[in-house]
Design a protein around this ligand. Structure first.
Ligand code: PLP
Length: 449
């Protein structure tokens, strides 16, 4: 079909996620047609270096034939198997066991979803059920970080602490609370790691005291805040938050939807920090975007609490038709093989210094106030004045202009509204890809000066 016809059909019928509907109608869609490695091609024949792995998910890169074969073989053998009525499928069972093997030792049980939002939503439901089962039914309050993102479900969007997800949606809910983000570039306590960690621990302790520990269910956090602007807390921050939760008697939930599967270097960011969460949410890199799938992992204590609390022969009333979908599970098993045996995790670790150097080299650019990264997750923060870290006037629409300039220069990046440019290159990036990325990026920044 002609691109023009697709643009018209899109404008008239397809509702896109997280866009301004009026500006989307005006701009029109860019139709992506094919991908190979780190590169995409659109319907105008324009080649683009994808520096964001789709939506921080295509960690393997595009066009892996072995993933396609895994999906095809599973579709032919058995395209669907319900998890209801005590049924299951081989890939889903193997995948659950594999995730338990790869993840922090505290996590023993896996519930599969279709993506990250329903993983977070499921985690909330399991937590509520767990505390009720233990007879602690006052524990209904949830604490998250400012600038945190935990998806777009009715409850998860309230845990998300980004204003656009609340505006006109009547969120957050009265039982959803926030503490400040551990944001080294803009932290009232300065950029000293120990001071940032202390401030977060004190803020969590104070918030729990204010609400009452017997009323707080859980603290949710991302090891690196993604959609809030790629905020990289100091090393040791995650561990300190876990210890604080443990001391306060509240559950510690790590949302590794972005940071999982090699994005920050190791398989999970929690692993590098020696953290043992009570629950962990996953999606994105689990299937590298080749099929939809997410997961909630939980400790045996949480699982056993729910199991005991449900009583004899009463089902735990939480389920999805597509939970543990066998095609997605077969895809995930092959993706996990590529991370390990396929060498992608190692390549990501090897290339990370090149990525970090490239970002840091742009600190000399007149627009760039901060460069930050962990593994292959990074950002540049653009400021009007480096000394005062002054943000650009939103009326300038700099983020939109940069996104368009990047597209014209052949890269896809994420331009957040407050002029943070987010990057999440695939783990298959080579040195040549990085050289091209930074050459095109500099050209892009110069184009909007
Ligand atoms: N949690 C985090 C940390 C995320 O970054 C996202 C998505 O970006 C989600 C949850 C929601 O995942 P999904 O978009 O697959 O529903």
């Amino acid at each position: 079909m002609q691109t023009d016809s697709l643009v018209t059909l899109d404008r008239n019928h397809l509702v896109h996620p997280v866009v301004n509907y009026r500006s989307h109608e005006q701009r029109g869609v860019t139709v992506l047609e094919s991908g190979s490695g780190a590169y995409l091609r659109d319907s105008n024949g324009h080649e683009l270096l994808d520096a964001f792995s789709g939506l921080w998910c295509v960690n393997t890169g595009y066009g892996h034939e072995s993933i396609v074969r895994a999906a095809e073989e599973q579709m032919r053998r058995l395209p669907y198997a319900t998890g209801y009525f005590h049924f299951g499928s081989e890939p889903a069972i193997k995948l659950a066991a594999k995730l338990v093997e790869l993840s922090p030792a505290s996590l023993q049980r896996v519930y599969f979803t279709m993506g990250g939002s329903d993983a977070v939503d499921s985690a909330i439901r399991f937590i509520v059920n767990y505390w009720n089962a233990l007879g602690k039914s006052e524990k209904k309050h949830f604490i998250t970080l400012e600038r945190g993102y935990h998806g777009s479900s009715s409850q998860g969007a309230g845990l998300t602490a980004l204003p656009v997800f609340h505006r006109n949606f009547d969120l957050p809910l009265p039982n959803q609370h926030r503490i400040p983000s551990p944001y080294p570039y803009r932290n009232p306590v300065g950029s000293d790691p120990a001071a940032i960690i202390d401030a977060s621990v004190s803020a969590l302790r104070d918030k729990v005291q204010e609400l009452g520990a017997d009323r707080v269910a859980a603290f949710f956090c991302e090891p690196v805040q993604g959609s809030g602007g790629v905020i990289v807390p100091p090393k040791g921050w995650l561990k300190a938050m876990q210890e604080c939760c443990q001391a306060l008697g509240i559950l510690f939930v790590v949302d590794e939807v972005i940071t999982g599967f090699g994005r920050t270097g190791p398989m999970f960011a929690s692993e590098a920090e020696g953290v043992t969460p009570d629950l962990m949410t996953l999606a994105k890199g689990l299937t590298a975007g080749y099929a939809p799938m997410g997961a909630v992992m939980m400790s045996d204590a949480v699982y056993q609490g729910i199991a005991e609390g449900s009583g004899a022969d009463v089902p735990v009333g939480h389920g999805h038709t597509y939970s543990a979908h066998p095609v997605s599970a077969a895809v995930a098993l092959e993706v996990l093989r590529l991370y390990g045996e396929g060498g992608l995790l190692n390549n990501g670790i090897e290339q990370a210094p090149r990525f970090e150097e490239g970002l840091r080299s742009l600190l000399d650019h007149p627009l760039v106030g901060d460069a930050r990264s962990r593994g292959l997750l990074g950002a540049l923060e653009l400021v009007a004045d480096k000394e005062g870290k002054t943000r650009f006037d939103p009326a300038l629409k700099l983020a939109d202009r940069i996104f368009e300039a990047a597209y014209h220069n052949g890269i896809i990046l994420r331009a957040f509204a407050d002029n943070v440019l987010g990057f999440a290159p695939a783990l298959c990036y080579t040195s040549t890809d990085f050289a091209l990325l930074f050459e095109r990026l500099e050209r892009t920044l110069n184009a909007v000066l």
